[in-house]
Design a protein around this ligand. Structure first.
Ligand SMILES: C[S@@+](CC[C@H](N)C(=O)[O-])C[C@H]1O[C@@H](n2cnc3c(N)ncnc32)[C@H](O)[C@@H]1O
Length: 329
């Protein structure tokens, strides 16, 4: 793996950029990896190599934060961060971009570089969203309809949705007047969501971010009022990853914030069947699911108020799920 930092002469962000890169590489386990710094001397060179601003981070020639259509030029670069435009990405954003490259198999080491279930799952979900656009239909899920009422009662405005897929629920929350930040590790699903948001005149209420929930949430502390996740925590995540994710949800929620999530549980017909990956994860038809025991639900609510655990069924199998509502004081 070849990493390069491209800068203009006397770039004011060069020093901070390489410090940030060192920290991000260390954080994703690429402690031995170094980089070359290249100075882009003039406009001709910028255009020749497609340089769109200083600093730029390249891995094997690919821009980690590529913005298709952006003109090449000898200029400073602005990064869209949760705190607004900035001269550098945040540490979280750089870590996530590095981890995403690792997951595509282009890097030799670090989290996400192996053939563990979640990395296979990312490819599988990308392919599935591409092959079946809008696979869950245009109507919201029943947990989303319920959650909208809970969120309204809690005085929520800013909703974060995790594992939003093609966005049937994010679109519903936006139609109900919430401001929605929708994330998923499938850029294909989120692309379908953005297209639908534009078509429905909801683009100003919904933002999207490609994000793997195994990495820190790309949001500041106390920055959302409510979090929603339908069938995301029961994806191919280890119990440890689930606990870390719930701690992250807690970090980004403001005091009094609400978290509504759903998971398939150990009463589901597929529990204990198919390909076993350990840690209550079983795979059927290429989809790996972590089936939740009740004890896991209870322990994830430690330090929260557990408002409700509601059993329901969905789909043809039917899938057996719990809808959990927990809130912060
Ligand atoms: C069962 S689908 C549910 C989609 C959506 N919540 C809905 O109900 O319409 C699970 C979604 O989680 C996403 N996903 C799975 N593992 C993920 C991970 N580690 N990080 C982020 N998204 C993930 C998949 O891409 C998929 O869109």
């Amino acid at each position: 793996m070849k990493i390069e930092v491209l800068v203009v002469p006397d770039c004011p962000h060069e020093k901070a950029a390489v410090e940030l890169l060192r920290r991000a590489l260390d954080d994703v386990g690429l402690t031995d990896v170094t980089w070359d710094t290249q100075v882009v001397a003039d406009q001709d060179e910028a255009e020749r190599i497609g340089f769109t601003g200083s600093p730029t981070f390249l891995i094997d020639g690919r821009d980690l934060f590529a913005e298709p259509g952006r003109a090449a030029g000898l200029t400073c670069r602005m990064y869209a961060t949760p705190q607004g435009p900035a001269g550098l990405p945040t540490l979280d954003q750089l870590r996530q971009a590095l981890a995403a490259v690792c997951q595509t198999g282009n890097a030799p080491a670090g989290p996400g570089s192996g053939r563990e279930p979640t990395n296979e799952q990312r490819r599988h979900w990308q392919d599935t969203h591409a092959a079946h656009p809008g696979m869950y239909g245009a109507e919201p899920s029943t947990p989303a309809v319920h959650a909208a009422g809970v969120f309204r009662a809690a005085g929520a405005d800013r909703v974060l949705e995790l594992g939003a897929g093609h966005g049937r629920d994010a679109l519903y929350f936006a139609r109900k007047g919430f401001t929605v930040r929708a994330t998923d590790f499938s850029s294909t699903g989120l692309g379908q969501l953005r297209e639908a948001a534009r078509a429905q005149g909801l683009a100003d209420r919904i933002t999207t971010a490609v994000h793997d929930v195994r990495t820190p949430l790309p949001l500041p502390d106390d920055s959302v009022d409510a979090v929603f996740a339908h069938m995301l925590l029961c994806m191919a995540l280890s119990t440890r990853e689930i606990r870390t994710l719930v701690a992250e949800v807690r970090r980004v929620l403001r005091p009094g914030g609400v978290f509504v999530y759903t998971v398939r549980h150990t009463g589901d017909a597929h529990y204990g069947t198919g390909t076993a990956h350990g840690d209550d994860i079983y795979e059927h038809g290429g989809f790996a699911v972590h089936f939740f025991p009740r004890q896991l639900v209870d322990s994830l609510a430690d330090g929260w108020r557990l408002d409700e655990v509601h059993g329901f069924e969905e789909g043809e199998l039917p899938r057996r799920l719990w809808r959990i509502t927990q809130s912060l004081s």
